[in-house]
Design a protein around this ligand. Structure first.
Ligand SMILES: [Fe+2]
Ligand SMILES: [Fe+2]
Length: 242
């Protein structure tokens, strides 16, 4: 890798961020924009519609909480972006100006699929925000700290419902089918293996790990989660994510 020197910069406030080199500022903008957009897409495409799919009042209540928190995540990144001078429409795209992650294009039709998205997709979000915990741009670091427990709740929410549904044979098959359908899309979350952006993020201490390291960590943890349910992850070819 061409960039073996990383900087020790620590940027505590947006005002200090203003004075950083353009490469640093642009890298921070990219991170904030991608979180703002993905949180919004996820809320609109999956979480909000899932209220109607939830099978009983208790499940609806918890789903509402998830929806509230996901829109909240979007809004917190949006607010930070505003302070950094990023245009509203970039963080709240009206059309597919910026193409969403491939998982956002899957059509969600059942409660079981939603539960698997939370169990495996939000575990992916959790792994992503964990990597920001030591981020050199402190406003982003503190956002990661705030959203992390909620992402953990979302993933546990999914696991809890998937566990209940898997208690009988028919339910287990439904959940396994949903895992087979959804899981191969999640490893794209973490970006390409050879990524110029990721090199820059690491150079500036915005991220700690390479995309590939984050992806491998995720895959291990996802395998652990589904094995507790007596289920499996479908085979994927890591080369597909290069
Ligand atoms: Fe979120
Ligand atoms: Fe979430």
């Amino acid at each position: 890798m061409g960039l073996n020197m990383s900087t020790n910069v620590q940027v505590e406030t947006v005002a200090k961020w203003e004075k950083q080199p353009e490469e640093y500022k642009q890298a921070c903008r990219k991170l904030v924009i991608s979180h703002a957009i993905n949180e919004l897409y996820g809320s609109q495409v999956y979480d909000e519609p899932a209220i109607a799919l939830a099978p009983n009042p208790y499940a609806k209540w918890l789903t509402c909480r998830v929806v509230m928190e996901e829109y909240g995540h979007h809004y917190k990144f949006f607010e930070l972006g505003k302070k950094m001078g990023i245009d509203d429409h970039i963080m709240v795209p009206q059309s597919a100006e910026k193409s969403p992650l491939s998982i956002m294009l899957l059509e969600l039709t059942t409660w079981e699929e939603f539960c698997v998205i939370k169990m495996l997709g939000d575990l992916g979000e959790l792994v992503l925000v964990e990597d920001l915990l030591k981020c050199s741009f402190h406003p982003l670091r503190s956002l990661a700290k705030k959203t992390m427990p909620e992402e953990k709740f979302h993933s546990e929410f999914g696991t809890k419902f998937c566990t209940e549904i898997s208690a009988n044979k028919e339910g287990r098959k439904t959940i396994q089918d949903a895992i087979n359908f959804i899981y191969p899309h999640v490893p794209y979350f973490f970006g390409r293996t050879k990524s110029k952006n990721n090199e820059i993020y690491r150079k500036w201490g915005l991220k700690e790990r390479t995309n590939q390291e984050i992806r491998e960590d995720y895959i291990k943890r996802a395998a652990g989660v589904v094995s507790k349910l007596g289920l499996t992850l479908p085979e994927i070819n890591l080369k597909d994510y290069d």
